[in-house]
Design a protein around this ligand. Structure first.
Ligand code: SF4
Ligand code: SF4
Length: 77
């Protein structure tokens, strides 16, 4: 067994699953609501004074919210 086959072992093709994952940094969020107003799919909602995910399933990963947030609180994967 050569070195090449050693590295090939266990390397499986991973299935790519399209799944939206939204993270909001609650510490940095000041509740300005720019993201929820800009979101075309009504995914985000203010709960108390922190932005929250209302329904991640309807997110189309357009990342408009990421672009508009003045505090860089949102990541969408
Ligand atoms: S990525 Fe687009 S659809 Fe998803 S929460 Fe942000 S603005 Fe809304
Ligand atoms: S735009 Fe950013 S700071 Fe403003 S509510 Fe949304 S996540 Fe919070």
């Amino acid at each position: 067994m050569g070195l090449g086959s050693f590295f090939k072992r266990g390397k499986k093709k991973e299935e790519v699953v399209e799944e939206c994952h939204i993270d909001i940094n609650a510490v940095e969020c000041d509740g300005c609501e720019k993201c929820s107003i800009a979101c075309p799919n009504n995914v985000l909602m203010l709960v108390g004074d922190v932005m929250s995910v209302r329904d991640a399933q309807v997110c189309k990963t357009c990342r408009v919210c990421v672009a508009i947030c003045p505090n860089d609180c949102i990541t969408v994967n």
